[in-house]
Design a binder for this molecule. Sequence first.
Ligand SMILES: Cc1ncc(COP(=O)(O)O)c(C=O)c1O
Length: 437
Amino acid sequence: MSDVTAGLPQATNPLQGSLPALQADYAALCARGLALDLTRGKPAADQLALSEPLLSLPGSGIDLDDAGTDVRNYGGGDGLPGLRRIFAPLYGVPVDQFLALGNASLHVMHDVITFALLHGLPDSPQPWAREETLKFICPVPGYDRHHSICQAYGIDMIPVPMQADGPDAAAIAALVASDPAIKGMWLVPTYSNPSGAVVTDDVAQALVSMPTAAPDFRIFWDNAYAIHHLTDVETPSADALALAAAAGNPDRVLMFASTSKVSFAGSGIAFFASSPANIDWLRARRSVQTIGPDKINHLRHALFFRDSDGVRTHMRAHAAILAPKFAAVQRILTARLGALRDAGLVTWTNPQGGYFVSLNVMPGTAARVIALAKQAGVALTPAGATWPLGVDPRDENIRLAPSMPPLADVEEAMEAVALCVQLAAAEVTYRQPSNSR
Ligand SMILES: Cc1ncc(COP(=O)(O)O)c(C=O)c1O
């Protein structure tokens, strides 16, 4: 590992002289016997309670939606129109290009990939599975389950940096221009997992208009957190479908979303939005797979939220629970690691929405930080989880997920994480030749 502190003047290296004190603090931390978990971005129990009335909806005797459809019966493959009218505007998509489907969006993403492998997309020269090599662009740090889908189906992953305004569009344009094996890219455009970055209109414009060697290149626009604002500023997502159509590439964007972190995770509703050609393609594929989605769940969600403003109000209640936890993460990281950040040794993001904070510790120490935290009773997402194949080449990125534990636990866990970051960095600093006295 490179000596990242070597260039620092002695006076600006905040770790000089700190190892014994940090070791003593760490021993005291371990003695406390903590059992805290910051691993997965799940809603907390009090967030789930916000949607409790769903469990008694629609109620016996309420079987018809506002168009007279009997939700107890087969059919309605596009999803209940009343529900689609509530949610489509929240994602900035025309209702006829917006489907309400099953219980989770990852399922739809997985289906689209497997359908593309078996049948190809409308504009594919042949089924993807017949191609010798398949590749996807993966902005990093990114969402591990996107990478798992690629890994499961033998799709090579090309990491590209995720920046504050979105993925490095110039780097992506250079890659896709000449390599027809690159069939797609993952992207969480709003409050990205894990950095919280929001793709700007300029970056979205660049991605939807760049020339691609593959005629059937797709952006898997996973807008999981589009409406999950943490503040009163409701940052809108770039209108990728309209931008793509205007750029002459109407079929480039496949949008996915769900109510997993709006109502119930695992018992919510998945959404899919795209061009008419892609919608027709998915509709045809799904008609072989199912005789219709769970319209009773659709109806219960439509009755509960009533309209788009009902969803907005509900999301503000989520934010009221989540925002103090995210504020605690920032407060504690700043208090404990501010000096390391000022010295250029660690960085972290300050998301205005979504479920995660991305922490970059001193390069070469992320796995050590996570092991130290585990030994002290604090579970963190495994090192490398945000990179394809679980390998972070600089061993520096850690995804923090503060949503689920109660606030007091988040505070305690973050104090512990900050100490582990300091200790791991100090261990490295003390291993440098100038310190091996
Ligand atoms: C970016 C992203 N997409 C999708 C999902 C999963 O969504 P769903 O529950 O709709 O499958 C998550 C869950 O953490 C996520 O972070």
